[in-house]
Design a protein around this ligand. Structure first.
Ligand code: FES
Length: 362
C-alpha cells in the first residue's frame, strides 16, 4: 500500500473551533499549520521549550527529536506531543492549547441549499443540506455548526446527524413555540432555500474505539450519536457499542428504524430506548438512568458519550457516581434551553443541540 501524499490533521482549539489541514508525511504538523496560515503556538520550533505541546486524540505519528524539558516520557506516553517536531503516520486529531483567535484563524463559513425538510413529528424536524463546496467541509462525528436562520441575523447550533463522509449534511431540530429556527422550519422552509453556517465546532466527537462505548441520547441529542454510528459502521467494530435513547413522549421517538439498521449492520452494536411519559406504549418507561447499571458501564471500562438537556446530563453523572463507577472517559454535550443568539452563544430554545460543554474525566 503506498503512503498517501498527505494526511489530514484536525486541529481542535480551546474555543471549540476545529480546522483541518493537510500534512505531508515529511513535514511537521507545525509547518503544515503555518502553510495553511494557522498560527499554532510556537516558540523555539526545536523541541526545546514545550510551547507547542498539544494532545493527540487519535492517530499515529513520529514524535521527532526533543528534550525531556519540552516533553517528558510520561507525557509522551499519555498522548502529548510537540507539533514542531512530529510528523504524521496517519490522519491525526490534535487538541491545541490556544484559541482559534490566538492562532489567527476561525470557524469556516459554508453555504448550502436545503434539499429536504422532514417533519418526523410535531416536535422534531429533519433538515438536509447540499453543501456548495463539500470538499471544504470536514468535521468529526459529533461536532456541530452554527446555522443562520434564513431571513434573520440569528444563529442556532445543530449537530450533524449525518456522518463526515456523506455528501449531504443532515440535522435534527427540536421544535419549540416561538423559536426562530422553529418558525422557519415549520412555516417557511422549502427545498431550494439558501443556508449559511459556520463550523465545525465542538469537542464532543468520537474518539478511537479502544474499549466498549456507551452512547446516551436525550431527545434530539440523538443527532450527534447518529453521526458517530455512521462512522463506526465504516470500520471494524473492535468493541461493543450500546446506545440508550430517552425521550419524553412516544411522538418524540425518531430514527428507530435507523438504529435497527445499525444494529443489523454493526457487529456488537445494541440499543434500547425509554419514554418518560407513563402513558407510553414503550417497554421501558422512565429515564435512561433506569437502564444504566454496572453491566452497561462494563464496570467502568467504557467510554461514555452523552448528549441531552442539562437535567439529563446532571442526572446521568449523579447516577453513575452513585453506582460507585468511574468510566474510563466521559464526554457530554448539553442542550441549551434559553433563548439566545449569535455565534458562539448558547443555542436558542428551538435549537437541537448547543455545543456548549464537553467534559472528559479519567
Ligand atoms: Fe518549542 Fe515546539 S515550539 S518545543
Amino acid at each position: 500500500m503506498s503512503t498517501p501524499t498527505a494526511f489530514q490533521v484536525a486541529l481542535g482549539f480551546e474555543d471549540g473551533v476545529t480546522r483541518f489541514i493537510d500534512c505531508r508525511p515529511d513535514e511537521t504538523v507545525a509547518d503544515a499549520s503555518y502553510r495553511a496560515r494557522i498560527n499554532i503556538p510556537l516558540d523555539c520550533r526545536d523541541g526545546a521549550c514545550g510551547t507547542c505541546k498539544s494532545y493527540c486524540e487519535s492517530g499515529r505519528y513520529d514524535g521527532g527529536d526533543y528534550i525531556e524539558e519540552a516533553l517528558t516520557g510520561d507525557e509522551a506516553e499519555s498522548g502529548y506531543c510537540l507539533p514542531c517536531q512530529m510528523t504524521p503516520l496517519s490522519d491525526l486529531v490534535l487538541r491545541v492549547p490556544a484559541t482559534s483567535a490566538a492562532a489567527r484563524t476561525g470557524a469556516g463559513v459554508h453555504t448550502a441549499t436545503v434539499t429536504a425538510v422532514e417533519r418526523y413529528s410535531g416536535r422534531t424536524v429533519g433538515l438536509t443540506l447540499d453543501i456548495d463546496d463539500r470538499r471544504a467541509l470536514d468535521f468529526l462525528p459529533g461536532q456541530y455548526v452554527n446555522i443562520t436562520v434564513p431571513g434573520t441575523d440569528q444563529q442556532r447550533s445543530y449537530s450533524f446527524s449525518s456522518g463526515p463522509n456523506r455528501r449531504a449534511a443532515s440535522f435534527l431540530a427540536r421544535i419549540t413555540d416561538g423559536g426562530a429556527m422553529s418558525g422557519y422550519l415549520t412555516e417557511r422552509a422549502r427545498p431550494g432555500d439558501r443556508i449559511t453556517f459556520t463550523g465545525p465546532l465542538g469537542t464532543f466527537y468520537l474518539r478511537p474505539l479502544t474499549r466498549p462505548a456507551l452512547l446516551l441520547a436525550g431527545g434530539t441529542g440523538l443527532a450527534p450519536l447518529l453521526s458517530m454510528l455512521e462512522k463506526i459502521a465504516q470500520g471494524p467494530a473492535a468493541h461493543p457499542v450500546h446506545l440508550l435513547y430517552g425521550v419524553t413522549t412516544d411522538e418524540d421517538l425518531v430514527h428507530l428504524d435507523t438504529l435497527a439498521g445499525y444494529a443489523a449492520a454493526i457487529p456488537g452494536f445494541t440499543y434500547d430506548h425509554c419514554v418518560a411519559d407513563p402513558a407510553s406504549g414503550a417497554r421501558n418507561k422512565g429515564f435512561v438512568t433506569g437502564l444504566i447499571d454496572a453491566r452497561t458501564l462494563h464496570g467502568g471500562d467504557a467510554d461514555v458519550y452523552l448528549c441531552g438537556p442539562p437535567a439529563m446530563v446532571d442526572a446521568v453523572r449523579s447516577h453513575i457516581a452513585a453506582l460507585g463507577i468511574t468510566p474510563a472517559s466521559f464526554h457530554y454535550e448539553r442542550f441549551a434551553v434559553t433563548a439566545a443568539s449569535g455565534a458562539g452563544a448558547p443555542a436558542g430554545a428551538d435549537a437541537l443541540v448547543a455545543g456548549a460543554t464537553t467534559g472528559a474525566a479519567r
